[in-house]
Design a protein around this ligand. Structure first.
Ligand code: 13P
Ligand code: SF4
Length: 339
């Protein structure tokens, strides 16, 4: 019933409407999407889209990033603005500013935020000459950020930070996980002089569940099987896996695996189950990360309701004071990573 309603509205609006969905959305949403992608692909598509109405099926930071990049005639909608990202919520912008000011006493610190962050945090990155990144361009963006100052504050995901540092050949002794308790008062700027990378202690509530011991057990019990994980996983998990990459890389790795092979996938269940259906010639098994309860908030009923009420008052709003700085941070990423 909702499916027909969605299709009717899509037909009526034609090219005026674009429905975007992240790979972690359920099949009943993905089937209505004009574009399905990872965080970078979806963000990069916004400046190219001609549609007046853009409906973003994902979590709030994705719709906000789209709103930051949208042109004046475009309106961005979220079927459920309550779908947030637990990791992004671990870095409130006022605390990020306080900590950044504190660590900046040690020299020029460039903030580099994962796109899984609020507009307020992205604006701080733009304001302080930093940028944002996604899991698919984190190594390139970290290299860029390191070239802009004395050290980098990477946030909010300490696992993506550590995995990216490992790929970039940064010595573990040059990495420091910040103590953000007590409003940052435990941080001593003098202790940071020999550090290159300062990490915010956030994690993804889904990938956090994958434990190195468990993945080691899978490796031991399944000789010959492939293991692919998302880089939001613990570095101990990434070290055991054959590959770690963005949702798009996980898809291409699975596609490239030989017919008949067993592939264990460590990422959100909706994507793993879709790949299992898409590649029946392979034995695809979830490593056990689980569902993202916020991604799952988007349902066909909410999508239909959203499509039926696309008035400017319901569009995603970005604080006009924050928007220019946040746009600068996101545009820096698009410029550096897509050139
Ligand atoms: P990517 O699609 O960029 O890999 O992001 C994964 C994610 O956790 C989005 O919330
Ligand atoms: Fe946030 Fe993790 Fe859910 Fe992605 S999967 S939206 S990072 S909590």
């Amino acid at each position: 019933m909702y499916s027909e309603l969605i299709q009717d509205i899509k037909k009526k609006l034609g090219s005026e409407l674009a429905v975007l969905a992240h790979h972690y959305q359920k099949d009943s949403i993905v089937e209505h999407a004009d574009l399905v992608g990872d965080s970078l692909q979806l963000a990069a598509s916004i400046p190219q889209l001609k549609a007046r109405f853009i409906v973003f099926c994902g979590v709030d930071f994705m719709a906000e990033t789209a709103a930051v990049l949208a042109s004046r005639h475009q309106l961005i909608f979220s079927p459920d603005p309550e779908a947030t990202c637990v990791m992004a919520d671990m870095a409130p912008h006022s605390l990020v500013r306080t900590i950044l000011e504190k660590v900046s006493l040690s020299g020029k610190v460039i903030p580099l935020s994962y796109v899984n962050s609020s507009v307020g945090v992205k604006a701080i990155c733009g304001e302080y000459g930093g940028s944002v990144c996604t899991s698919s361009n984190a190594p390139g963006m970290l290299k860029w950020a390191l070239s802009q100052g004395d050290r980098v504050l990477f946030l909010p995901d300490k696992n993506l930070g550590r995995n990216t540092a490992n790929l970039s050949g940064i010595n573990p002794r040059e990495i420091h996980i910040l103590d953000i308790r007590n409003n940052g008062n435990n941080i001593q700027a003098g202790d940071l002089a020999d550090k290159k990378l300062l990490l915010w202690p956030g994690v993804c509530a889904v990938h956090f569940r994958l434990k190195p011991e468990q993945v080691m057990g899978v490796r031991r019990d399944n000789p010959g099987a492939f293991i692919v994980v998302h880089p939001e996983s613990h570095p101990g998990v990434v070290a055991i896996a054959d590959e770690a990459g963005s949702t798009s890389r996980i898809i291409s790795f699975t596609k490239e695996a030989p017919t008949g092979s067993t592939v264990f996938i460590g990422t959100e269940d909706n994507l793993v189950l879709r790949l299992k259906k898409e590649f029946p010639d392979k034995n695809i098994i979830p490593l056990g990360a689980g569902y993202c309860s916020n991604m799952a908030k988007i349902t066909p009923q909410l999508l239909a309701r959203c499509l039926g009420s696309m008035i400017p008052e319901k569009a995603v709003q970005v604080d006009p004071k924050l928007a220019p700085h946040a746009r600068k941070a996101v545009e820096n990423m698009l410029k550096v990573s897509l050139q």
